[in-house]
Design a protein. Structure first.
Lengths: 424, 865
């Protein structure tokens, strides 16, 4: 274990979690998936830094297994057999801050993000179908997760809020239970209303009204399911949050550390199997190792090739990557229900929707894939100067992820291939 | 004057609009048998269209649309297909006439499918009915668009995820009216000591700096934008609304005079944006820091402030000698001139050249080195006259550089520490106060009534407003029962009401509108009108007229329509209708090719505002429909003016500008917004523009293109023009059927590039070896063509002329668009003749846009479900 981990004041012992774990078997009451073979990967985590990295300091020089670890990736050198690196990948989508969102959606217009596609399949097996996190208030920064309709999902930025959602006490649940239980009489009444309307309207309207009936019945089922979850006690974890939420932009690195801890706990307690984390970046001026950086984060990202700015931009990058490294530590230490390291069955995608931060260009994205029972340890430099039709797209990697999770999809946004050869 | 008699004219004409009864009308069976059912008959008919039945079932809503399609195909010669045996002209005309008569006899206006509230309507309805602040959460699914609008019944699906949102939102909304009992918490005052380390330091670190190994937080500037000069603790925010006492240790640093330094304290919600104006934040107090330096900086100032939950205290140096407000470029220049007055400084600045853009601290260091060195030319004539204004980049860089200077040389205001103790007393914040008022307003006084009477009194007016109509027999009892039952189960009486509110907000009576069949009753008519013009439920005046049974009287209906149009809420109609009709909503997603034009959000706003303001004036002034096509005015600012080649418009404010009526620009056929929306930001496609004009200006919907025909790929090398590629449309008979209508219209606008600028040649881009792109003039644009009626249109000016001459085409089209938006359905055969009648009636009365809207509302189509 790296010493930085031990230095931290928080208590990460997760004693007694095993008892509180909602077991996968018990959740699948209908037995739907129990007969299917268990796919190699069962969880998905996507992490994106909003302002990206200085890619020349991120990408190693030489591809292959023997690459020399780059400056920014030094903090995760110890994990190099557990991840693969890619360069040359992107969605061939437009550029700029607002197109950061393509990171997980793959296309410039409104569309669903990869994590939500996965949540659609695995989400109903856990208390939360997915978790969307950021660090502090993500005011003015991007969005990472999008619903089927392309609506951005709100992210939780306060550790205390994320913690209470995941591991809420019984008093927090009392209100939810009240809303669901009293909600039954709400639905009974509105169904009665709809039935009396049904007698009066034309045949076409009756067809339209059938949407209403089936939607209400669907909500009834959902309420039942959520009430069932409320009946199970929330997992108890022994984790000490700081007294004050580090929600201010200046404290976002501090917040980031806590969010990673909560993500690891959420996966360990099987509270969710799909998590996205947007690591935000605005004008905040960080102090690293007691030294204030020469400019704000966003200003540094537009470094204009000034070596001093690049150096400070990389210091922030290194801070992000070392936090990510500690997250990987946790995923390797913590075990799933079969007593295997969580990382082995968790696909972790780390990178950014920003390629060259200086010009805010969204091509040639920094992409790192860890865990997920893939073959790792290599740096794959995709040559984009080759025939474009045979060059893999970022979306092809997504298709490989989906297949690894047992989700048969041939297409994602503009991609219709896969990158299995790189990872299997 | 004109308006007063107007409704009578329209109403009279519409009353005369009865179907051609008595006339024998039958399906032209022999024509169909000889020409159609070979393909459109049998067990697997072509296009799934079987024309064998001779007595269609007109009660099925799909039947009229089917026969209209048949009529259209026969009428414009698309069917029978070119490679089949053709009927004689006489045969075709006869069949067409017969079909017209059949449709006239069998199709009635109406047919709106049960319409659920769309997102905006849902939000407005909740706000109006419960008088609560409300915005739908981001998790709300988006509404689908159909027939060009997002409020068409058929297109508004009620999906399970949406129902789930309705269910969850209903609780949150009910909480705003009747909040749940919150458990009493024991609150203890806590003391936090905030050191310079615990404060926000933003941007380039030049605004606020920590000095002397972080023992001091130094303010040097004042700026309207909070984050640009102020600071606030990152590790303190009020956990409860209450009183907090502050002890602030602050002192002056190298003051230049003896005026006290004013340290203003502002309430800032730490999770909200930090780019807010300091003038919008609540002032908590102002300290006067003596203008004397104190060694060690022990100068304690005490203050007690009221903070709402989630707020923190921002510190702003209100009388800093350095700083300026947003957009005050002259003051900025003055401030900079004061600081550059020393010739060596300006000489150094001029010499710094490219390096100016380094970090502010680096910039100041370099300036000092230059001043202390001997390389500066102090006789440079430029030093004599400092600029009146500085370019934006220079202004920022200079400001940052001088901020660093002030940090070093003063004057500045130093904060050494802040100690916060609180809450020493809890307060009811504004939110809590508003909440309490809402609850008492909604519940009213019990006045000794029984639970049943009291609940009935509370819920009846609420449900009537929520369902926008009187309650059906026994309906109130259902809701009262749910409320009292809940109370009987041991919950508060108020919780029962809370539950009834939740039920009402999920009920079909709330979520759907217009359930009466046939002609709308007064209540459904009131709803249709108010959602049409306000996207909101009927107000008290409309409900009163409906309850009195007066609304269906044309005079009353016309008066209400004019009243609603005058109200500021009519801006919702303008925004929603215009953005959808003219596709302005597409603009934010179109990014013009940077090789063509550098386009920012401000340009986008100017282009969009031009069209909105333009239509708003037409409505407000009741200008004629011709104004849409060939106006003598538009709205410009410096940004969109440059698209039209006008140098004379300055500033960001949109201003009304006169235009030549017969010119190229202006009107919906010459505005950049429409030209952008009908292109893709990169190149123009005459077919797409032609189809757009046909649908949105001429009111015809061409059939979709045959499958298997590839889209036209523009040849960027310039070897073949788009026109050359499209000439094959004329060669192929089956293509020509539609493209002779489409292509000439699209080509009439071909002089407008993808951002609406005039061009005579297509651009050709050439990438140079250094990576830069050169634009040169490519092939000449050949615009125009021949319309199906033989009219030659050379370019947009001819097309405008054509439309003004044939304004009834546009009038009917616009009446149709208004009706689709207002009724939430596709127009059928009967509706279409009403559209024509409406537009003719309005034309006789001066063709005013407002009059058109009134006539649309009075029409049978609008008033039928």
């Amino acid at each position: 274990m790296p010493e930085t981990h031990n230095e931290r004041r928080k208590f990460l012992t997760a004693a007694g979690i095993g008892l509180a774990l909602p077991m996968l078997e018990s959740v699948n009451a209908d037995g739907a998936s129990s007969s299917l073979p268990v796919p190699p990967a069962r969880r998905f985590v996507a992490i994106g830094t909003y302002l990206g990295f200085h890619t020349p300091s991120w990408f190693p020089r030489k591809p292959g297994a023997e690459y020399e670890t780059s400056e920014v990736l030094k903090p995760i050198e110890r994990h190099r057999k557990q991840f693969s690196l890619f360069s040359g990948l992107d969605h061939r989508a437009p550029n700029g801050h607002s197109n950061w969102r393509n990171f997980l959606t793959g296309s410039g217009t409104r569309s669903v993000s990869l994590d939500q596609v996965i949540a659609e399949y695995v989400g109903d097996q856990t208390r939360y179908s997915s978790l969307q996190l950021t660090c502090g208030s993500a005011n003015g920064t991007g969005q990472i997760s999008f619903t089927q309709e392309g609506v951005p999902l709100p992210m939780v930025g306060r550790p205390s809020v994320a913690f209470s959602q995941l591991f809420s006490s019984d008093s927090d649940k009392a209100r939810m239970r009240y809303v669901f239980e009293s909600g039954r009489s709400v639905l009974d009444l509105v169904l009665d209303e709809a039935r009396s309307l049904d007698h009066r309207v034309s045949q076409t309207d009756r067809q339209k009204l059938s949407e209403y009936f089936s939607s209400v019945r669907d909500v009834e089922k959902k309420i039942q399911k959520r009430t069932d979850w409320l009946d199970r006690p929330s997992p108890q974890v022994d984790y000490q949050l700081p007294k004050f939420d580090p929600a201010a932009p200046d404290l976002s690195l501090e917040c980031e550390s806590i969010m990673y801890d909560l993500m690891a706990l959420a996966l360990e307690t099987d509270s969710t199997r799909v998590i996205s984390l947007l690591v935000p970046g605005t004008g905040q001026v960080f102090t690293i190792d007691g030294e204030k950086l020469i400019a704000g984060y966003h200003g540094l990202s537009h470094h204009g090739h000034d070596p001093n700015k690049i150096a400070d931009f990389n210091r922030i990058g290194i801070e992000h990557v070392s936090r990510f490294g500690r997250f990987l530590d946790q995923l390797r230490e913590k075990k799933d229900s079969e007593d295997q390291p969580l990382l082995d069955s968790t696909i972790v995608l780390y990178g950014s929707g920003m390629g060259d931060a200086n010009t805010h260009n969204n091509s040639n994205l920094p992409v790192l894939v860890a865990g997920g029972a893939f073959r790792h340890g290599q740096y794959h430099a995709i040559d984009r100067t080759k025939d474009p039709s045979s060059t893999p797209l970022y979306g092809d990697l997504f298709i490989t992820f989906l297949q690894q999770m047992g989700i048969e999809r041939e297409q994602f946004a503009n991609a219709s291939g896969n990158m299995n050869e790189f990872l299997q | 004057m004109q308006a007063r008699g107007f409704y009578l004219v329209v109403a009279g004409i519409l009353a005369a609009l009865a179907p051609a009864r008595g006339q024998r009308a039958e399906i032209p069976t022999s024509f169909l048998r000889s020409h159609c059912i070979v393909c459109h008959g049998g067990t697997s008919p072509e296009a799934d269209l079987n024309l064998e039945s001779t007595s269609p079932d007109w009660s099925r809503p799909s039947t009229p649309h089917l026969w209209e399609k048949v009529l259209g195909a026969i009428e414009d010669g698309r069917m029978p297909p070119a490679d089949a045996a053709q009927p004689t002209h006489r045969e075709r005309d006869k069949a067409v006439e017969q079909l017209h008569n059949v449709l006239k006899n069998n199709v009635r206006p109406g047919g709106t499918v049960l319409r659920r509230l769309n997102r905006i309507e849902y939000e407005n309805t909740i706000r109006d009915v419960l008088k609560v602040p409300f915005t739908a959460p981001p998790s709300f699914p988006a509404d689908a668009e159909l027939h060009g609008f997002d409020n068409v019944g058929e297109g508004l699906i009620l999906s399970p995820p949406l129902m789930e949102q309705y269910f969850l939102v209903a609780t949150n909304v009910a909480d705003l009216v009747i909040p749940p009992l919150s458990p009493k918490v024991e609150v203890h005052a806590e003391t936090v000591t905030l050191k310079p380390d615990d404060f926000s330091v933003n941007f380039e670190g030049s605004k606020v700096q920590r000095q002397q190994t972080d023992t001091v937080l130094r303010l040097v500037t004042k700026n309207e934008v909070l984050v640009r000069s102020s600071t606030w603790p990152t590790r303190f925010e009020a956990q409860y609304s209450g009183e907090y006492s502050l002890t602030i240790n602050a002192s002056a640093f190298k003051p230049v005079d003896d005026k006290p330094l004013k340290l203003r304290l502002l309430a800032h919600k730490s999770t909200s944006g930090s780019f807010t104006s300091v003038y919008t934040l609540r002032k908590l107090g102002e300290l006067e820091i003596p203008a004397t330096e104190i060694a060690g900086g022990k100068s304690l100032h005490k203050l007690t402030v009221e903070l709402n939950k989630g707020e923190t205290v921002a510190f702003y140096w209100a009388n800093s000698p350095f700083g300026w407000d947003r957009n005050s470029r002259d003051e900025a220049a003055r401030q900079l001139r004061v600081r550059l007055a020393e010739p060596a400084k300006y000489a150094a600045w001029l010499k710094m050249g490219f390096d100016r853009g380094r970090t502010p601290a680096g910039g100041w260091k370099q300036m000092k080195e230059l001043i202390n060195g001997d390389t500066l030319d102090l006789r440079d004539p430029r030093l004599k006259t400092l600029p009146k204004r500085f370019p934006a980049t220079d202004q920022n860089q200079l400001m940052w550089l001088f901020e660093v200077m002030h940090h070093e040389v003063g004057p500045a205001l130093d904060i050494h520490s802040v100690v916060v103790t609180g809450p020493t007393r809890l307060i009811e914040d504004k939110e809590a106060r508003q909440q309490r008022t809402r609850t008492t307003d909604f519940l009213g006084e019990r006045d000794g009534r029984s639970d049943h009477e009291y609940a009935t009194a509370i819920l009846t007016p609420f449900l009537e407003a929520a369902f926008r109509r009187p309650l059906a027999a026994g309906q109130i009892e259902k809701y009262v029962h749910v409320a009292l039952q809940h109370h009987a189960e041991g919950h508060r009486f108020e919780d029962g009401i809370h539950l009834a509110i939740r039920a009402a907000l999920c009920s079909p009576g709330f979520l759907y509108r217009g359930t009466t069949e046939g002609r709308l009753d007064d209540f459904d008519l009131a709803s249709r009108l108010s959602y049409f013009l306000w996207s909101a439920p009927p107000d008290a005046a409309l409900r009163k007229s409906a309850a009195a049974g007066e609304l269906s009287h044309p005079k009353v209906l016309a008066e209400h329509t004019r009243r609603l149009l005058k109200d500021r809420r009519a801006s919702r109609f303008l925004m929603s209708f215009v953005d959808q009709w003219l596709d302005l909503k597409l603009l934010p997603e179109i990014m013009p090719d940077p090789r063509l034009l550098k386009f920012t959000d401000k340009d986008l706003r100017a282009v969009t505002e031009e069209t909105r303001l333009f239509v708003e004036e037409i409505l407000r002034e009741n200008h004629s429909l011709e104004t849409f096509i060939s106006p003598d005015f538009t709205y410009l600012n410096v940004r969109n003016a440059r698209l039209y080649g006008r140098q004379d418009i300055k500033g960001e404010a949109m201003q009304r500008v006169s235009l030549r009526k017969d010119g190229r620009f202006g009107g919906i056929l010459g505005q950049a917004s429409v030209m952008m929306a009908t292109a893709n930001g990169v190149d123009t496609q005459p077919v797409l523009r032609g189809v757009w004009l046909l649908e949105n200006i001429f009111g015809q919907t061409p059939p979709p293109p045959p499958s298997g025909v590839p889209a036209i790929e523009p040849d960027t090398s310039g070897a073949t023009s788009i026109r050359e590629q499209l000439t094959r449309h004329q060669a192929d008979v089956s293509c020509a059927q539609c493209h002779r209508r489409i292509d000439p219209l699209g080509f009439a606008l071909e002089n407008f590039d993808p951002v609406g600028r005039w061009r005579n040649n297509y651009p050709i881009y050439q990438k140079q070896s250094d990576g830069k792109v050169l634009t040169r003039s490519g092939p000449k644009v050949v615009s125009g063509g021949q319309l199906p009626d033989g009219t030659i249109v050379r370019d947009v000016t001819d097309l405008k002329q054509y439309l003004v001459t044939n304004i009834e085409l546009f009038g009917t089209c616009l009446a149709g668009k208004l009706l689709v938006y207002g009724t939430g359905r596709k127009m059928n055969y009967a509706d279409r003749s009403i559209m024509q009648e409406v537009s003719s009636a309005v034309r006789l009365q001066g063709n005013g846009f407002r009059d058109l809207i009134v006539a649309v509302v009075l029409s049978e189509s609008f008033r039928t479900k």
